[in-house]
Design a protein around this ligand. Sequence first.
Ligand code: NAG
Ligand code: NAG
Ligand code: NAG
Length: 339
Amino acid sequence: MFSCLLAMKPRCYLLILSLACFSNVVLCCPAICKCYPQRAEVVCNEVPLTEYPSQGLPETTTMLTIQFTNITLLTEQHLNATPSLTELHLYSNQLQNVSSHLLRGVPHLHTLDLTGNKLNELPAGVFSHAQLRNLVLKKNQIQKAEADWLPDNSNLTWLDVSGNRLTEVPASLLQKLSQLENLDLSNNKLEKIAANSLTILTRLERLNLQNNKLDTLDPSVFQSMPNLAYLFLTRNKLNKLPPNLFQMLSRLQYLSLEDNQLSHIPTGLLDPLVNLDEDGLDLTVNPFVCDEKMEYLWRWLLKNKKKVFLAGSITCAKPPSLAGRSVLSLTQSELNLHS
Ligand SMILES: *[C@@H]1O[C@H](CO)[C@@H](O)[C@H](O)[C@H]1NC(C)=O
Ligand SMILES: *[C@@H]1O[C@H](CO)[C@@H](O)[C@H](O)[C@H]1NC(C)=O
Ligand SMILES: *[C@@H]1O[C@H](CO)[C@@H](O)[C@H](O)[C@H]1NC(C)=O
């Protein structure tokens, strides 16, 4: 199926005529894939592949996309066929196994996307050897993230492990990611972010922890991220936040705390957030208790309405007499404040 003869159907004759084919390489392309020799790209989209098509790939390929196929295994030997690879996109296949030292033969690879496969465990050294900058492991079945996946001085700037089954992220893995700018851990089962485990991430601009099971956050977690601009904490179980949690986040533009279990906002919590965008803070769907301890949030909302998404929809859950009332609509006497 991948023989070059088959591949040299009319399309390839045309390529030969236009001298666009690679001159020093076998002139072929896996018959069921599309090859774009001028940009050294190969795309195998929704075709009946059950094995990685290394046989037919032009050696000079730099960009390879294999998506919606039934390949289950990816090895170092497979990738040796395309030593110039810089981007490998393997979206929505059936990958269950990848070999250790997977990237030894593709030292220029900077982007690896393994979204939507069936990966569960990854072997030691799996992402070593290449100068990876973007790694996407979204929507797999990974239960445990391991420090030995990555080399010590990793240059990753983008790591997406969202949509897996992680209950924790080892500090030893995060320790290797000093260049990281974007970290997506959303849609996992994280219960805890260990104190100081994120302190190396001083370049982080975007952190997504949405849809996990976090019930508290250690005061240390965001203290070393002066560049953080987007922070997503929606749909966790946060019931209490330390007053100085956001102390260092003066560049923050967007913060979502929607759909948690917050009953109060501690005095001073939001004061450091001087750069929030319009509608940049989401506090809706929290069971706020509208008693005298709400004074800080109430005053802050009155002053910063424009920065708050659906500010009028932030409501009291308690006491019963105020249940359902918009916090913004409360009066001093309803909050039992003595002026
Ligand atoms: C993958 O395998 C399934 C089940 O055998 C089949 O229905 C499907 O068509 C295959 N997909 C492709 C793209 O060949
Ligand atoms: C692939 O992984 C599965 C489970 O993740 C394992 O049972 C199987 O032995 C592995 N196969 C190979 C070829 O490594
Ligand atoms: C990261 O980049 C630095 C500087 O370019 C380089 O010395 C180092 O080897 C790179 N790390 C890896 C794991 O490739």
